[in-house]
Design a protein around this ligand. Structure first.
Ligand code: PEP
Length: 267
């Protein structure tokens, strides 16, 4: 694919490369990482893909200031949020607070939130609703476990998560959202899905979206692949017909590795 090319017949789906830092990097490390990233990325990279970074909440303000000063085309992202605007919800972060910080993308239902903190399709759908209500874009994560894969239930799992997590959203809202297909067995394990597996999973997401919200929404919605993406495999994955970008965990902590993932599609 040539730099700046968009996918989806006539739909102009722009690649989105997102870095999920998880619970890593304090605000000093965050500033250093983003400064290095700004040094490594330039017009060819920004033309080839949209880039978002998703640091811990405590880093957001520092990075917002850094990005505002330099005005680079990197979008600020969050890893999670609650669905209420305010109130007695100790420890939670409101979508209003994220919007005020200039956050554009919010991850909802990452598999670590689903497995460790009780997120379900229903709570993911409530988060997605709140994110959209505050003019931000949800990146909704779906993906099967290793056991489900071995039992031949990957597509069934992906399909039911897509359906449950999009409940209550209009076709227009779905069209502007992002779904990340992240097979759980590939997250943080170094085992990237084969191109065939990644394409099959992302295509299954799009097929289900078409049945829920229609072909137009399915052709507009961006589908990312996530799971052990590295500079060496990024381009091959993003060249796949139904992969509109990547959600990167471990490799996004290192500004040079993350910049190389973006550069891979700009070359
Ligand atoms: C993730 O956290 O969403 C992820 C895909 O992690 P990793 O790239 O480390 O597998």
């Amino acid at each position: 694919m040539s730099p700046g090319a968009a996918k989806g017949a006539g739909e102009g789906r722009r690649l989105l490369i997102s870095g999920n830092w998880k619970m890593n990097h304090d605000h000093f490390q965050a500033i250093a990482t983003v400064q290095r990233l700004l040094y490594r990325l330039g017009p060819p990279e920004y033309a080839a893909a949209e880039v978002s970074i998703h640091p811990p909440f405590t880093d957001l303000r520092s990075i917002q200031v850094l990005l505002e000063n330099d005005d680079p085309p990197i979008a600020l992202g969050a890893q999670h949020c609650y669905w209420e605007d305010s109130g007695a919800f100790t420890g939670e972060i409101s979508p209003v607070m994220l919007q005020k910080l200039g956050v554009r993308y919010v991850i909802a239902g990452h598999s670590e939130r689903r497995m460790l903190f009780g997120d379900t399709d229903e709570t993911v759908a409530r988060r997605a609703r709140a994110i959209l209500d505050h003019s931000m874009v949800p990146i909704i994560c779906v993906g099967e476990t290793e056991a489900e894969r071995e039992e031949g239930r990957s597509i069934e799992r992906i399909t039911s998560q897509v359906k449950g997590s999009l409940a209550g959203l209009s076709p227009e809202e779905i069209a502007g959202s992002v779904i990340a297909y992240e097979p759980i067995w590939a997250i943080g394990t170094g085992r990237t899905a084969t191109p065939e597996d990644a394409q099959e999973g992302c295509a299954a997401v799009r097929t289900e979206v078409a049945s829920i919200a229609g072909e137009t929404a399915a052709n507009s919605l961006r589908v990312q692949y996530g799971g052990s993406v590295k500079p060496a495999n990024a381009k091959e994955l993003m060249d796949l017909a139904d992969v509109d970008g990547v959600l990167v965990g471990g490799a996004s902590l290192d500004a040079d590795a993350f910049a190389e993932i973006v550069s891979a599609v700009a070359s």
